[in-house]
Structures are given as structure tokens and as C-alpha cells.
Design a protein around this ligand. Structure first.
Ligand SMILES: Cc1ncc(COP(=O)(O)O)c(C=O)c1O
Length: 404
């Protein structure tokens, strides 16, 4: 009798686990299995595939929140919370992150964005308007040739004059080249790459600021594109690099789906109150708001996810994760050196770029590709995120060794 009961219970548990996994649609179930396998070995792009939001989704459905349609239209910092919004939580998110980037509660303005690009769009737009409102002149934008392409696209979208500044071989904007290109008759909108796309270079803000300081009359706005590195650097000993007071930047954009592991595109945009106060007004009666941000409707769920992560992961765990990522990135570089596979890594970077391996390995690990004759031509890179462990690195290294 007891045996039968145990068997029945086992069968029931098995049936329940199957039904929990099944969507009821064959093609979706099949796709899910393939995607789960693929994501756990996806190392070429800066995405944390260890998203800590399971508990959030359980709460979201069980509380009935999943049936509601929320919208964060309006300003989470200066408005009264909009009905049907999560402004209250969005504001708490901004206030939690502000000091990690050197802002004080009373001198920050910010929003949870739809992506790193959305944050850069605000940085470039706010920068251009700030400079115009201060000087009556449109600025020239300076950005390195290794910065993320979204910055150029956004300057194109906003019809801004751009000077693309050469970087050194490792991808850092060259101060001498900035000096040569500087148009001192117009205000300056600097876009600093904090983590160039392929090589993971961090522009040397101190050296570049020193070039600008040689011209005391220049009016300057600095935006930092820290989509990936801005996630983990605050939790490392290099946190000065993302401190707006020490680095003298006005605004910063960070992605939520990279280091923080939010499971769909999202991000943070932070700037000083002075920047916010020098934006154009868009007073909209029917929204009862001064709509200075670019978007009307904004996602209300992403701020909740950020807030949930602050409560359930939090500072200490992010510190541990950042440390583990940096250790694994150094380990990857060391192991590549050990087998004599040409590889390079920038300071502060979780990205290692190396001689391009076979198409089979590129496909298996979804590696991103680059090309630079100064490093022998065809290259690939690995971005070390939380789901890339030393064990997995050892497997990749042994595969590379076999095809040397
Ligand atoms: C440095 C940098 N800037 C901007 C972006 C674009 O961010 P998002 O994909 O969140 O729009 C990325 C994305 O990889 C990036 O690495």
C-alpha cells in the first residue's frame, strides 16, 4: 500500500512538473528548450543570463498585478505619483543608485529607461539643450571611433554636428586627437565611452578633461555611456571612475539587462538637477506634468524589477558578483596566454578580445566578431558576465587548444 502511494505521488509530481513546463504549444516548448540551452553558453554579448527575477514573477502573477495595465507616464522625481504608475518605486530606485554614481538625493534627476540607448538619447538630448540654453549655440559632439554605434545614430537622429575622435589601439579616445579636433568657438558635448563596444576600453576622463581645461571659456557637458561597465564598476575598487563629482560628468546611462540581469531591455539615466533645470519645458495639462523626458508612456514594470533586485540581491551581492566577474575575466585572459592564443584585455574591463577561432566555436558560444589589423586582423570577444564560470572557461580553453 505504502509503495503504491509513493509511486502515485511520484507520478503526480512528474505530471505536475511537466504541465508547469509546458506552454500547451509544441513549437513554443521546443523553442524554449533550445533557447535555454543556447543562453547558458552565450558569451559574446554583455547580457547576464542568470536573471534573478523568478520570485518577482511568482509575486507578479499571484498578486494579480499581471492583469493590470500600468504606465509610468510623467516625471517620477518632480511630479506627484501618476495614478496607475509605479513612480513611487521608480523614485526609490533612482535614490538608491544616485549615491553609487556620486549624486546626492537632492541633486539628482533620473528615470528608469527602456535601454542603454534610451539613456544615451536622454544624455545627448539633455546635453545639447543644456548647452544651447546656456550659450545660445548648438554644441559639437565629440565621441571616439570605438564608442557604441548608438551614440552616432542618436547624434544623427538629433541632427547634431559630430567629430569622431581617433582612439589608441586598445580603444581609448586619444587626448591629442581631441585637442586637434576641438572647436573652441562652440560648446562641447563629450560622450565618454565607458566600455567601448568591442575592446571594452574606458575613455580616460581625467586626461580628456585636462584637454578641455586648457580652454577656460569653453562650456562643456559630459555624458558617460556606461551601459555595461556602469553596472559593475560602482561595486569595485574602481568606483571613482563612475563618480560624477570626481570625473565631473553631468549625466550617465546604464543598462538594466546587462550586469543587473533584468530579463528584457531597461536601464537608468541619471543627471544633476542643474542639467534638469536647464531643459526645455513641455507642460502638458492633461498629464498634469512638465514632460521634460523624451518618452510619453514609459514602462512601469521595469522600475518594479529594479526595486525588487535592490531588495533581493542588493549591494553586497552585486559587489560579490562584480568581483567574481573581474576574477573570471582575468582568469580567461591568463588561460588564453597559457595556451599561446593571442588575447588582450583593457584595464577595468570584463571583456577579453582574441584571435578569432573557428566558425564552429563562434557559433557554439555566440561570440561577437571584430577586425583590427593592429592585432592581426580577425578577432572575436568574450564578455565575462555572471553566467560564465571558471569551469566553463576551462572547457572553452580546451576546445581552443584542440583547434590550434
Ligand atoms: C557601451 C554601450 N553603449 C550602448 C549600448 C546599447 O545599450 P542597449 O542595448 O541597452 O540599448 C551598449 C550595448 O551593448 C553598450 O555596450
Amino acid at each position: 500500500m505504502k509503495k503504491r502511494l509513493v509511486l502515485l505521488a511520484t507520478l503526480l509530481a512528474f505530471a505536475l512538473s511537466l504541465s508547469a513546463r509546458s506552454s500547451g504549444f509544441k513549437e513554443l516548448d521546443k523553442w524554449t528548450e533550445i533557447w535555454k540551452e543556447k543562453c547558458s553558453s552565450m558569451f559574446g554579448y554583455p547580457v547576464n543570463e542568470d536573471s534573478p527575477l523568478e520570485g518577482f514573477y511568482r509575486w507578479f502573477v499571484s498578486s494579480g498585478m499581471s492583469k493590470l495595465n500600468l504606465n509610468n507616464v510623467g516625471d517620477p522625481i518632480t511630479d506627484e505619483p501618476f495614478p496607475l504608475s509605479t513612480h513611487y518605486f521608480e523614485r526609490e530606485v533612482i535614490e538608491f543608485f544616485a549615491p553609487l554614481y556620486g549624486y546626492t538625493k537632492s541633486n539628482v534627476w533620473g528615470i528608469v529607461t527602456h535601454s542603454g540607448t534610451d539613456g544615451n538619447n536622454h544624455g545627448i538630448y539633455f546635453g545639447a539643450k543644456y548647452l544651447y540654453n546656456k550659450t545660445g549655440k548648438m554644441p559639437v559632439v565629440y565621441v571616439s571611433d570605438e564608442a557604441h554605434y548608438s551614440n552616432l545614430r542618436l547624434c544623427d537622429l538629433q541632427n547634431l554636428d559630430v567629430r569622431i575622435i581617433k582612439s589608441d589601439a586598445m580603444g581609448r579616445m586619444l587626448p591629442d586627437e581631441l585637442e586637434k579636433a576641438l572647436d573652441v568657438s562652440r560648446p562641447v558635448l563629450m560622450v565618454y565611452a565607458m566600455g567601448s563596444t568591442f575592446k571594452g576600453a574606458v575613455d580616460d576622463q581625467v586626461a580628456l578633461n585636462a584637454v578641455l581645461d586648457k580652454h577656460p571659456g569653453l562650456v562643456v557637458y559630459r555624458h558617460v555611456d556606461a551601459a555595461l561597465f556602469g553596472g559593475y564598476l560602482p561595486f569595485t575598487e574602481h568606483n571613482d571612475l563612475v563618480n560624477c563629482v570626481k570625473m565631473r560628468y553631468e549625466s550617465i546611462a546604464i543598462s538594466g539587462h546587462k550586469f543587473f540581469g533584468i530579463d528584457s531591455p531597461s536601464g537608468l539615466f541619471l543627471c544633476s538637477r542643474e542639467v534638469y533645470d536647464n531643459q526645455n519645458n513641455f507642460n502638458v495639462t492633461y498629464l498634469n506634468s512638465n514632460m521634460r523626458m523624451i518618452n510619453c508612456s514609459r514602462d512601469a514594470i521595469q522600475p518594479l524589477k529594479f526595486w525588487w533586485l535592490i531588495q533581493t540581491v542588493g549591494y553586497d551581492n552585486w559587489k560579490k558578483q562584480a568581483q567574481q566577474m573581474m576574477e573570471c575575466a582575468s582568469y580567461l585572459k591568463q588561460q588564453l596566454d597559457k595556451i599561446g592564443w593571442p588575447a588582450w584585455q583593457n584595464e577595468y574591463s570584463n571583456t577579453v578580445f582574441f584571435k578569432r577561432p573557428s566558425a564552429e566555436i563562434i557559433e557554439r558560444y555566440t561570440l561577437a566578431l571584430g577586425n583590427d589589423e593592429r592585432f592581426g586582423g580577425e578577432l572575436a570577444h568574450i564578455v565575462v558576465m555572471q553566467h560564465l564560470t571558471k569551469k566553463k572557461i576551462d572547457i572553452i580553453i580546451s576546445e581552443l587548444q584542440k583547434c590550434k
